[in-house]
Write a protein that binds this ligand. Structure first.
Ligand code: SF4
Length: 694
């Protein structure tokens, strides 16, 4: 630890944790970070920060960092340190061998929302140009893929509509399935500030999260729904809006498709979608649903913010669509203070999706089957591209178990800990013949790897992140990469070894290529970011200074499209054997799989995952606060310490998944969203019993 006051220079960069994308001044002494100071000029955070960005950067120089490439023939062999050249050549030769033996579609790659835009772009380019298929996916698959689908279908663009600052013009704020205090702390504080100024607040969440009641705010309405009934709740709100004549007819007539609106109106008006009909399904009193709907429709500027409590369901995409329907029907799109706003979990979820990290989309959300778009990329990349969509992550696992998928290049994602139904993931990874992990640490996935390529932390690289408000911000290298290379350089070496030439000398050249191929990025460059700080896409000829608010005069797709959102109960049912519903989430001081925050002093705040359980359910089982409990589902079982809490509702238990030893994903279900395969982390039927300390 370097003492305060010793910094000799500072560099502005962007936080690598959540989707708020706070700007920080890294105060440096030589190549050592003295402290991270939130940047007063940061356009997403205005000088604010949370405990993660401010203090949890020590993982970058933690002794666990792996700084030498390693290989091993079998996952049962010890790792051998080798040169970069040997590791890269070995990985390339294995991928070539596998493709020669099993076919070109037998390998694929994963980017991560922890990667910069430039890194994500390069991984998908490697897969498409060097592997010759579209088997590329990203961890957005397991968080916000339904956002990409739902918002594109209805509004025409796979992105949120507003800036964070827009909330200060909101009269009504509806938070659905998000816990901004823990997940997006700086924006959560801004939202609370607006509520303290008088904005009305509706919270839709199965738990009494901090936004429901905290020392300085109280929600006007808390729709404490049963997990898995989001669609039923939003349909009931829409029912009231339609039946009570609260639709903004002028907006709908001018801006939306008449036919799709008419069908939707008839659908939601049906009695089976009424609050009374949905009360027993959702657990929310009909009167509360009615009053919340009236407030949303008539309370002035109304904005919806939602998170993984919306997307990580078997009907995740349906809920995103239902939310967009609601906003269009009430005219709450296209100006400040309103909108549909996904709160992206990781720092660069938006960016990794923008960069073509999905198996069906080239950068800029253009479908791989579009021959005009493909021709543009083929000319720029000097190769032929596969017109068929590739495999999603769960399809890769299934193909691995069937024997047709044998090689994986995985950059910055720990699928063995983060993906559901752990046993299934382990079996799929074990069935592969070459797993290449590029990461900071020997993570859980690396236990199944044959090649380990050391990654670089955000402090060691140049590039850009795109936050939840489409804001592209610079990531600036403040220290040399500990292992010698930035991640995009490693991908470039691998592409060259595979026989596909890449020759970038700096990440800025990759961004220039992106700007030349992605119309919404055409006026973005490192130079402009240095000049203006950050830019919100679309940033092009029509909007050279970026676009804070989307869909202002017309929707990106032209007319807004309403879609029917039939409520379909999840297949995950409680039973006498598994009578409780487990739902999962995050905690303020820790972050996702914890690979970074577990290696910082933040562990002092929370050092283990715990199970929250309602006093009624605890008493029935003889469980007291602090007892050890076994949690068993149809997938598996684990042991955690119990927290008896009134925040829960009877019948629902909750845990986080920051510590691998907790094994939260050993028990999560393998159900997933019908449109995107986003896992249904939020609904798993379980039994909880008191057990002895492990
Ligand atoms: Fe980083 Fe998010 Fe905290 Fe900002 S709010 S400092 S981006 S973790």
């Amino acid at each position: 630890v370097v003492e305060k006051g010793q910094a000799d220079h500072s560099i502005i960069t962007t936080c690598a944790y959540c989707g708020v994308g706070c700007s920080f001044k890294a105060e440096m002494k030589g190549s050592e970070v003295v402290r991270m100071v939130p940047d007063k000029n940061g356009q997403a955070n205005h000088g604010h920060s949370c405990v993660k960005g401010r203090f949890a950067f020590g993982y970058a120089t933690h002794p666990d960092r792996i700084t030498s490439p390693m290989i091993r023939k079998s996952i049962h062999d010890p790792w051998q340190k080798v040169s970069w050249e040997e590791a890269i050549n070995y990985a390339a030769s294995e991928f070539k061998r596998i493709q020669a033996k099993y076919g070109k579609d037998s390998v694929g790659g994963l980017t991560s929302s922890r990667c910069t835009n430039e890194e994500a772009y390069l991984v998908q380019k490697l897969v498409r140009a060097a592997f010759g298929n579209n088997n590329v996916d990203t961890c957005a698959r397991v968080c916000h893929s339904p956002t990409g689908y739902g918002l594109k279908q209805t509004l025409g663009e796979s992105a949120g509509t507003q800036t964070f600052d827009s909330v200060m013009k909101s009269d009504v704020i509806m938070v659905i399935g998000a816990n901004p205090t823990d997940g997006h702390p700086v924006f959560g504080s801004l939202m609370k500030k607006r509520v303290r100024q008088g904005a009305r607040l509706i919270v839709v969440d199965p738990r009494d999260i901090d936004m429901v009641r905290s020392p300085h705010i109280e929600a006007d309405y808390h729709l404490k729904l049963k997990p898995g009934t989001n669609v039923a709740v939003v349909n009931a709100l829409a029912h009231v809006i339609v039946r009570e004549g609260l639709v903004d007819e002028a907006f709908v007539n001018a801006r939306c498709e008449a036919e799709s609106f008419s069908k939707w109106k008839d659908f939601v008006a049906q009695e089976r979608n009424s609050p009374e009909a949905m009360e027993s399904v959702t657990g929310v009193p009909a009167q509360t649903l009615r009053e919340a709907a009236r407030l949303y429709a008539t309370g002035g500027n109304a904005a919806i913010y939602y998170g993984l409590g919306v997307t990580e369901h078997s009907q995740g995409s349906t809920t995103v669509i239902a939310i967009a329907n609601l906003a269009m029907a009430t005219g709450n799109v296209g100006r400040e203070g309103v909108g549909v706003n996904p709160l992206r979990g990781q720092n660069n979820v938006q960016g990794s999706c923008d960069m073509g990290s999905f198996p069906h989309e080239l950068p800029g959300y253009r479908h791989v089957s579009d021959s005009t778009v493909r021709a543009q990329f083929e000319a720029a990349w000097n190769t032929r591209l596969d017109p068929e969509p590739g495999l999603r992550i769960p399809n890769m696992f299934a193909a691995a178990l069937e024997g047709s998928f044998k090689g994986l290049y995985c950059e910055g994602e720990d699928i063995a800990q983060s993906d559901p139904d752990t046993q299934h993931v382990f079996a799929a990874l074990e069935a592969m013949e070459c797993v290449v992990v590029q990461d900071l640490f020997l993570n859980e996935t690396a236990k199944f790897a044959h090649v380990f390529l050391p990654g670089a932390s955000f402090l060691e690289k140049s590039g850009t992140f795109t936050n939840a408000e489409r804001r592209i911000s610079p990531v600036r290298r403040v220290m040399p990469p500990l292992a010698g290379y930035e991640d995009w350089q490693v991908t470039q070496m691998l592409a060259n070894a595979l026989g596909y030439p890449m020759n970038y000398s700096h990440a800025s050249e990759i961004l220039d290529e992106i700007a030349s191929l992605v119309p919404t990025f055409s006026k973005v460059s490192f130079k402009r970011l240095d000049e203006v700080g950050s830019l919100q896409w679309p940033c092009n000829e029509e909007a050279p200074n970026g676009t804070p608010t989307m869909h202002v005069d017309h929707f990106v797709r032209g007319k807004g499209r309403f879609m029917l959102t039939e409520y379909v109960p999840t297949e995950e049912r409680t039973s006498s054997k598994f009578p409780l519903i487990l739902t999962t989430g995050r905690i303020l001081s820790q972050y996702n799989v914890g690979a970074q925050t577990r290696r910082t002093a933040n562990t002092a705040w929370h050092s283990e995952d715990r199970l929250e359980i309602h006093p009624h359910d605890a008493e029935n089982r003889g469980i007291k606060d602090g007892d050890w409990v076994g949690i068993k589902s149809r997938q598996g079982e684990t042991v955690l310490r119990a927290v008896v809490s009134e925040r829960m509702q009877p019948g629902v238990v909750y845990t986080t998944f920051h510590f691998p030893e907790s094994g939260a994903n050993v028990i999560t279900t393998d159900n997933s969203d019908w449109a995107t395969n986003c896992p249904e982390y939020k609904v798993t039927a379980v039994q909880v019993t008191k057990v002895n300390a492990p």
